[in-house]
Design a protein around this ligand. Structure first.
Ligand code: PLP
Length: 322
């Protein structure tokens, strides 16, 4: 994290994180704390982490996945991704039911129930000395003798835990740029491990200073490569209703917005992008991130809009109460 006036540095005090910024504590204390944090962080990143692999807690470097696993051979795998908020798992039941749905769609069996998964996550967080964590479940088609037949009982199951990384505060203060790409995900409601297009587009995204790729297909807007997409037009909050991954953040944002704005979950046309007053993307890691530029054009007046700001505040307040 480099000091540029609007970054924040996490300071750990008795196992709890406090966020400081140069504005709140002054530049020199900020730089000192940031340096300490980076050093500790580097050491922690170098530590070999524990994960849960097919029934056991083992170090990540001990994981042995067969080269004949359908996840490796064919990309036949699903996952889900969640995070903690103030040390508590956020929206666990929603993530679990989406994970179950993804597994069901691909004919895979999750080898643990809800309660057991919660226990696994808690143990993993402790074993890796994490407070605010990202958790990832991965379930693959498992080993297949002929490389194409699926044996439901042989799925490979992994749970990974990572330290939560904060995204630069300037993304939220000034908004971000995204670019569009003609693409539509296969089996969009399934959180499959196939991110071929997202990875292929990464270099282009970086070269253009964009942080996300918005998937558009035959004149319709769907979702972004790792987030859902919304626009405001007047008091209407519009987002694609179909052909997308039903993001957990998206669902919660819609619940918050319902009392305040008119909601339209429907086909969103590419031609509507230029008419938007405001736009934002949502995801577990990004929360609500304002979008101020799409390809070459500005969204609205090119500044973070008041309605997006209201939703962001509401979101921040409400998740703390959960
Ligand atoms: C394709 C896609 N759409 C939407 C999302 C947002 O989902 P969530 O809010 O559950 O993180 C993601 C997140 O990874 C994604 O990969």
């Amino acid at each position: 994290m480099v000091y540029n006036g609007d970054e924040v540095a996490p300071v750990e005090k008795g196992g709890k994180f406090e966020l400081i910024s140069a504005f709140t504590v002054g530049k020199s204390r900020f730089l000192r704390q940031n340096a300490i944090w980076r050093e500790t962080h580097k050491k922690r990143e170098l530590m070999i982490k524990y994960c849960y692999f097919n029934g056991k807690f083992i170090r990540e470097n001990r994981v042995g996945i067969s080269p004949r696993d359908l996840g490796v051979l064919r990309g036949y795998a699903v996952f889900d991704f969640m995070r903690t908020e103030q040390g508590k798992l956020l929206f666990f039941s929603r993530h679990f039911s989406r994970f179950k749905n993804s597994a069901r769609e691909l004919g895979l069996r999750i080898p643990a129930g809800r309660r057991e998964l919660e226990r696994i996550i808690k143990r993993l967080i402790n074993k890796n000395h994490l407070r605010e964590a990202y958790i990832k479940f991965i379930l693959t088609g498992g080993v297949s003798g002929d490389g194409i037949s699926l044996k439901r009982q042989k799925s490979t199951f992994l749970v990974l835990a990572d330290r939560q990384k904060l995204l630069p505060q300037r993304y939220y203060v000034h908004g971000v740029k995204i670019i569009t790409s003609e693409f539509r995900r296969e089996l969009p409601a399934v959180k499959s491990s196939n991110y071929i297009w997202a990875i292929k587009e990464q270099e282009k995204r970086e070269a253009k200073g964009a942080i996300e790729t918005l998937y558009i297909f035959q004149g319709q807007v769907f979702e972004a490569s790792r987030s859902n997409f919304f626009i405001f037009r007047g008091n209407k909050l519009i987002t694609a209703g179909d052909g997308i991954l039903l993001g957990i953040t998206r669902g919660f944002v819609l619940e918050l917005a319902r009392n305040k704005f008119e909601i339209e979950e429907r086909k969103l046309k590419v031609s509507e992008l230029k008419l938007a007053d405001e736009a934002f993307i949502t995801a577990t890691t990004k929360r609500i991130m304002p979008v101020v530029k799409i390809d070459g054009f500005k969204v609205g007046d090119g500044k973070v809009g008041e309605k997006t700001k209201w939703l962001t505040r509401e979101f921040g307040r409400k998740i703390k109460e959960l």
